[in-house]
Every structure is written in C-alpha cells, then in structure tokens.
Design a protein around this ligand. Sequence first.
Ligand code: NDP
Length: 282
Amino acid sequence: MKYVVITGASTGIGYDAARYLIEKGFHVFGSVRKQADADRVQNELGERFTPLLFDVTDGAAIETAVTQVSEMVGSNGLAGLVNNAGIAVAGPLMYLPLDEMRWQLEVNVLGQLAVTQKFLPLLGAVPNAPHPPGRIVNISSVSGKVVYPFMGPYAASKHAIEAISDALRRELLIFGIDVIVIGPGSVKTPIWDKAQELDTELYSHTPYKTIMEGMKKVFVGQGRSGIPVEEVSKVIFEALTKEKPKARYALARKIFSGWLLPRYLPARMFDNVVAKRLGIPR
Ligand code: NDP
C-alpha cells in the first residue's frame, strides 16, 4: 500500500486528487479543518481515505497529524505529500491592509513550509530510511510565474512557493526526495465562488473601484470556465508515480494565451495587453 498526504482535501483540487489517487490504489490522508468535512469526505471516499484535522497555520495540530500518520504507515513511510491547501487574497497593493498580506503568506507559504518540514521524516528525510524516498508535489499556479494587477498578494505567495520548491528540490537531493511543482491556470473549483464573494467595498473610496469590479468579473468568469479538476488530478498522479517526472508542470486551457504569451512577452508589452484587457486607463 502506498500512502500519500494531501492538504486541503475538503473541496476542489485536493478533494478530487484524493478521489483519483484512491482510485489508482493509494491510501490518502487528507487534511480538512472541520469535523463535518472529515465525516463527509470519509463517507464519500471510503476507507482508503483518512481525514487529518488541521489548519496549516497551526503547528501543534500538524504535529498531531504527523503522529497519527506515522502510527498508520509504520515503516512504509509516505510515498508523497501534496501541498495543495491555499487561499487567494486580492486587492490593489497601495491600499491592501498589511494583515491581509500577512495572512496570505502565512497560509500559502509558511503553512505549506511548516507542513513540509513536519512530514519530511516520513518521506524519508532521515539517515537510513526503511523505505524508498517519497515525493513532494507543490500546487503553485500560473501566478507563480505571471503577475496580474490586484493579484499581487496571491502571486507573491505562489512565487515564493516556486522559489521554495526549487531550493528544496536541490537540498533534498541528498535524500533522493523529489519536489515537483504544478502550476495550473484557472481550474473550475469553489475558489472562484470565494473570489465572487470578495468584498471590493474596501476599495470603493480608491481610484481602483471600477477597475477592480471589472477585474472581478473577468477573473471569476474565466475561473468558472477553467479546466476540470480531473486534469489536475491526473498530473498530480503522474508527478507522484512517473519514473522521471518534470520538475514543473504548466496546465492551462489556452496554453498560448494563458501561459506562453504572458510568460515570454516582454514585460512592457504585457503591461499593454493587461491594461487593455482590464480597462486600466493610462
Ligand atoms: P478550494 O477553495 O476549493 O480549496 C482550498 C482548500 O484549501 C480547501 O480544502 C480549504 O479548506 C483549504 N484551506 C484553506 N485555508 C487553509 C488553512 N489555513 N489550513 C488548511 N487548509 C486550508 O480551491 P482550489 O481547489 O481551487 O485550490 C487548491 C490549490 O490550488 C490552492 O493552492 C490554489 O492556489 C491552487 N490553484 C487553484 C487554481 C484554480 O483556478 N482553482 C489555479 C491555480 C492554482 P476549507 O474548506 O476548510 O476552507
């Protein structure tokens, strides 16, 4: 039996990855934050799913989960850790309350690093581990490489994840533990309903009011017509099991306009494209 931990398994990418990996023969430990979600997901995914109750910002709760996993997997260790839990904070940086920025980084960056540090021994980051080394799959985003206005907090957190992943992959060579990044564009998940609820009132007194409302429409519309979660689950499975996985997988519905163009167009040309698209006056 191969064991894998997935954070943020209550909904979206994490939930579907758990479902898919179970279908492929894994036993999945999935983190949730509410007992009701633990019961629901356990009920839906069956006995090869074990819920772990923790918030990624709660170090003590992560440690309790590590003990729980360790007791179940014994000397098999973990074949993988999928760092998926995340939130998206948006807003113009000039007016963004710093606490919102702190929370974005606390969850997406420090939380993810805390989970990684605590599960690393179970992935084989110890001398003479009794099992083959596991793999870490970090869910980044197109925003890990490309930045749109008002997405500064989220993009900063995902850029940090890219940097941490590259550093970790090179540091963990001594244990043979691989670190793989998956950077999807829009994926149809509840994250977009949360974006729809984003309160732009906070910025209603600023020059960005109208542009932010327009941007919300563009991004939420695009998000809701994003790729299905199953496509991400398949790539997560490949990253965990392929003999020689890529170091980074880019996934987008429109690979040219959604990934290659923003990534390789000179920055000032991309500024013009973005300004036109979001109606930013100059
Ligand atoms: P969802 O909102 O459906 O899922 C987010 C998951 O993260 C939920 O399980 C949520 O738990 C959990 N979570 C949020 N905050 C915390 C926390 N503090 N501690 C523990 N768990 C937490 O979104 P997605 O499935 O879309 O997002 C999953 C990942 O994919 C994120 O990292 C996101 O940035 C990334 N991504 C998503 C894209 C998309 O278009 N959907 C595109 C690119 C990347 P709870 O239910 O308790 O809130």
